[in-house]
Structures are given as C-alpha cells and as structure tokens.
Design a protein around this ligand. Structure first.
Ligand code: UTP
Length: 290
C-alpha cells in the first residue's frame, strides 16, 4: 500500500533552545530564510506524501499561519519585480493538504503521535520529528517508503551516533539484511551505560502502521517520565514481527540543539544560491581571525 500520510509532531517545549523558544516554536527557527518545519513538509511532498498532520501545542499558531495564505502580503508582492517572491509565498500555502491538531499536554512524543489516530485511520504513515531537519538529494521519507515496500515491515531511519551520545538518543538491536538495511528486533530509549544494543539510533524519521496506536494507548511513561514512541516501537520490534532500520543518506540537523542550529545555518548559507558566495568570503575572513 503506498504511503501518502505523514505526522509532524511540533508540540514540544523546546527547552534546550530557550529563550528563543519561549514564545516561538523551535520548528519555526529559520535555516537561512526558511523555517525548519518547511524543510520537513517539502521533504514529505518530494517523497509522495499528500496529507500532513502537524501536531501543535500552545504558542504554535504561527505554524498554521506559515502554511496559510496571506492576502495582505500577496497584494504587497503583486508588483513588477516581486513575482518570484509572490510565487514562493503562494507555493508554501499549496504544498500539501495540511491539517492541524492540538496536543493538550506535552506528555511526550508517543502521546503526540497518538493524537493523530483519527487522521491515520487504516493507512501506513510516516512520522517526521518536528525538530530533525535532514538535507539531501534523496529524501529520507522516500528511503523509508522504499524499504517498507520491499520488506513489508514498519521502518525507522537510523545513523550511527558517537557511543558517548547514545544515552541521549535510543539504541537499536540490529542484524544486517543487505546494503544499508537492518532487521530490528529490539530497541531502548535513552539507554544507561551497559544497556546499549548498538550505536545505531533513530534520527527523526519512522514509518509505522496503525497497530502502533493500540500499543501507544497502553504505553506507560518511560524515560524523562514521557510517553515514548520508542517504547511502543520496541513492542512492534519484539512482538509483532520486527522492523527495518534504514541507515539513511542525508545531513541531519537537530534544531533542538543550539550548536546544531548554528551548524545548519553555516552549512546551508554556504549552499544558498543568493548569499552563498558572499557568505563564503565572509567566513574566510572570519576564519583568519580565529
Ligand atoms: P523533543 O523531545 O526533542 O522535543 O521531541 P522537546 O520536548 O521540545 O525537547 P526539549 O524540551 O528541548 O528537550 C521531538 C519532537 O517531538 C515533539 C517536539 O516538538 C519535537 O519536534 N514533541 C515532543 C511533541 O510534539 N509533543 C511532546 O509532548 C514532546
């Protein structure tokens, strides 16, 4: 069955990037000239997704506004010389069928995904973690969809992380299948030292079947006292036939981490068609003074 739906949870408090996120969601932090969440929606659309549910919390109305029309702005841009910007602004409002739902309490990523139950119905769907931007020629959602079509099992996007960082992510028990794909029959969220299965961690993309909702409904709070999506996926891995891990290609930026936010800015600025060359010269000058 082809995958046409995605959920983007964007209701977290973003405490690691305060004070920027006191009134503004971290998913709206810009990378050069586009908010992070637009990169995610564009990745989904490039992967063939047509319907996207964005999970919002308080202070997140600005995300709805970003994907809406803005008639005042459109009038201001309806002038000679502004055609490209007008086209871009209209394009954002027409990227996909975007729906919104509110997670009334921030009880964790698993709880956020559960609010998407009615939207998902009986279809497989992708979860795009709202603060994980991944840039590359082959969209990661598409990489997961291909693995799902090939192995007929839910799939997770993974990369190896430094061993000392595994405790901040999750750890997967993996057996190689072929190329960049692994069979997964267990996983653990935020493992303590000695509990790790491997240094393969999920970084921001998973493809699930609706069975996850019934599991989430019975998932107790786990690490950080939050209802963890990983804990529900561990049940799928252990008891429901396993999952596929895809070691994806693409550069990952965690927009919930100040240093990563700045790395994203620098690397994407260098590639930007408008400011790239001037920014490169500026960086060279700055580097001389370091
Ligand atoms: P994180 O754990 O990175 O987000 O969740 P957070 O809680 O905002 O992080 P801190 O406060 O900086 O540690 C990953 C994604 O899941 C969403 C977040 O918005 C983020 O995009 N999320 C998390 C929810 O939608 N609801 C939640 O209850 C928790």
């Amino acid at each position: 069955m082809s995958v046409k739906k995605a959920i983007i949870p964007a209701a977290g408090l973003g405490t690691r990037v305060l004070p920027a996120t006191k009134a503004m969601p971290k998913e709206m932090l810009p990378i050069v000239d586009k908010p992070a969440i637009q990169y995610l929606v564009e990745e989904a659309v490039k992967s063939g997704i047509t319907d996207i549910l964005i999970i919002l919390g308080r202070n997140k109305g600005i995300i709805e506004d970003h994907f809406d029309r803005n008639p005042e702005l459109e009038t201001a841009l309806s002038k000679p010389g502004k055609e490209k910007m007008l086209e871009e602004c209209l394009g954002i409002a027409n990227l996909a069928n975007i729906f919104f739902v509110r997670q009334k309490q921030t009880l964790g990523l698993g709880h956020a995904v559960l609010t998407g139950k009615a939207f998902v119905g009986d279809d497989p769907f992708v979860v795009i973690y709202g603060d994980d931007v991944i840039v590359g020629d082959d969209p990661v959602c598409a990489q997961l969809i291909r693995a799902y079509e090939k192995y007929h099992r839910p799939a997770v996007g993974v990369n190896q992380v430094p061993w000392e960082d595994v405790s901040r992510y999750c750890s997967l028990k993996t057996t190689p299948i072929e190329d960049n794909c692994f069979f997964v029959d267990d996983m653990i969220e935020k493992p303590k030292k000695g509990q790790e299965f491997s240094n393969y961690s999920i970084l921001g993309r998973v493809l699930l079947e609706p069975e996850i909702f019934e599991i989430l409904e019975h998932t107790a709070p786990g690490a950080n006292n939050e209802i963890q999506l990983t804990d529900a996926m561990a049940v799928v891995a252990r008891e429901r036939g396993g999952m596929t891990a895809v070691e994806f290609t693409g550069k990952h930026y965690d927009m919930g981490n100040k240093l990563c936010v700045m790395q994203a800015q620098v690397e994407m600025s260098l590639k930007h068609p408008e400011i790239g060359p001037a920014f490169r010269e500026y960086l060279k000058e700055i580097a001389k003074t370091l």
